[in-house]
Design a protein. Structure first.
Length: 136
């Protein structure tokens, strides 16, 4: 296919042949486009036992995920940040755009720790802080 959208068909004694090079170029361009525009879900890096709730909904694709483990660790992106690191981390992530913060707390984690992390998220400027749960 040339710049005007015409397809060249080469003819020979054995029959007509279609030039496949432009088609392959287009496939690679589409592949690059989908790779660049795709959104990957970021994981917290730890396994937690989420509580069960009848009103649980789906997670938003673009969000800040913070995990709270049973033994009191606060984890973001696979590394422990502690309660003191929540405010700086959330403030840095919310610097360019307003994202919801989702806390993935273990069902056996202390409620005081959950409240402390929610408080730190709010002080960092998060407008929406939610708790993750599994559906019944």
């Amino acid at each position: 296919m040339n710049r005007l959208g015409q397809i060249y068909v080469e003819t020979s004694e054995s029959g007509a042949e279609i030039n496949m090079a432009p088609l392959i170029d287009m496939v690679f361009l589409l592949l690059i486009f989908f790779m660049v525009t795709s959104v990957f879900v970021e994981e917290t890096g730890v396994e937690v036992q989420k509580p069960v709730a009848a009103s649980a909904g789906d997670l938003e694709r673009s969000s800040v995920l913070i995990a709270l483990t049973q033994d009191g660790k606060v984890v973001y992106g696979g590394r422990e940040i502690g309660v003191n690191g929540v405010r700086g981390t959330v403030a840095r992530l919310l610097q360019n755009r307003d994202l919801p913060v989702i806390l993935i707390a273990d069902e056996n984690s202390r409620s005081g720790l959950v409240v402390d992390v929610i408080d730190e998220c709010k002080l960092a400027g998060a407008k929406r802080v939610s708790l993750a749960a599994n559906r019944e």
